[in-house]
Design a protein around this ligand. Structure first.
Ligand code: TXA
Ligand code: MG
Length: 325
């Protein structure tokens, strides 16, 4: 057990990491639970603190695109994607070099790499001078944290320090892609970088093998049940769902509209202006908040199937599987 401290002391975070401890760190997507990626004993502590299965590989975070080749072999298209979108909410799956421990990749010959776009974390990465392996800093299966308080709620007593970098400004985990031997780009997880933005850059569509839920999940973000609130959540036509659940205490997550049938205080609008970027920023915060209130059920709208709306729908869909499967 630890006393978990929250602060902005980079020196302290750096010292803890050098000593082989875990530290929660801010990124622009969600908070991560970081450890020295080159130290398997330190990486093991991430799995312990999160209660995460060891077969689930971790993303490694680097300070700059220039460092990628220390840890992975990078093809031309991946390099173009890196130069265009990093730092930022994109993760590339690449063939790993031997220096990356199997503990990080769960024995896979691929490693997931990303360059976070957060000044505090970049400063920390420069200071420690090793890559940081980091999954989202939540207990396994729960909604990802976008504030230091969220991290504390899930991991208090299990980690020594949370580096506080404010609220994450993307609010969804990174988009994960992989360029295969044929030069096709495969989408492994929707996320904070809109699919269309990548497709416009590449000039062709991404391949989406994991859209069908029956495929074996390669990434935990692709597990059917994930990002789940404890209160049951249903996504769909909220007007109909309100009628079907008229005997229950319902909380509502909507994009920009409210519903007359339910009192305003039980409705959480993610973006009054109809901005999907703003909706993404607020999604996990609102899901977590609703989960602390005394609702029987959370009803969520179907968001527009475009831009970050795709990733928002993906997270809501997975949040509801817990109750069904
Ligand atoms: O935005 C993000 O990506 C955040 C921040 C902290 O960087 N991280 C994050 O990590 O969401 P995590 O562990 O919650 O999700 C990473 C996903 C997992 O689904 C994992 O299975 C997949 O990336 N992944 C990591 N390494 C992989 C590998 N070598 N092969 C296939 N999938 C991998
Ligand atoms: Mg996660």
């Amino acid at each position: 057990m630890f006393t978990t401290e929250i602060g902005t002391n980079i020196e302290k975070a750096s010292n803890l990491l050098q000593e082989g401890n875990v530290v929660a760190v801010p990124t622009e997507t969600v908070y991560g639970l970081a450890a020295n990626a080159l130290n398997p004993a330190a990486v093991a502590k991430i799995f312990e603190a999160k209660n995460r299965p060891y077969f689930n590989p971790l993303i490694i975070h680097l300070a700059s695109v220039n460092e990628i080749e220390k840890y992975a072999y990078i093809d031309e298209i991946s390099m173009q994607l890196a130069n265009e979108f990093m730092p930022g909410p994109l993760t590339l799956l690449l063939n790993k070099k031997n220096i990356v421990p199997d503990m990080v990749t769960a024995g896979s010959n691929k490693v997931a790499i990303r360059i976070p776009d957060h000044p505090l974390l970049i400063e920390l990465l420069h200071k420690v001078n090793f890559p940081l392996a980091a999954p989202s800093a939540n207990a396994f299966g729960y909604v990802s944290p976008v504030t230091s308080q969220h991290v504390l709620q899930g991991l208090q007593g299990k980690i020594p320090y949370i580096l506080d970098g404010g609220k994450c400004n993307v609010g969804l985990e990174s988009t994960i892609v992989e360029v295969n031997e044929n030069g096709e780009t495969i989408l492994h997880r929707t996320g904070g970088l809109a699919i269309e933005t990548i497709e416009i850059f590449l000039g062709k569509p991404l391949i989406r093998p994991l859209q069908q839920h029956n495929l074996s999940p390669q990434t935990s973000g692709q597990l059917k049940s994930h990002y789940a609130t404890t209160t049951p959540l249903i996504q769909g036509n909220v007007t109909e769902l309100i009628q079907q659940n008229s005997d229950k205490k319902v909380g509502i997550i909507s994009f920009k509209n409210q519903y007359q049938q339910v009192a305003k205080q039980h409705q959480f609008v993610l973006s009054k202006n109809g901005s999907l970027t703003e909706a993404a920023q607020n999604l996990f915060d609102v899901m977590r908040h609703l989960d602390t209130l005394d609702y029987d059920i959370i009803l969520a709208e179907n968001f527009p199937d475009e831009g970050l709306g795709k990733a928002i729908n993906d997270r809501l869909k997975r949040a509801q599987y817990t109750q069904k499967d």
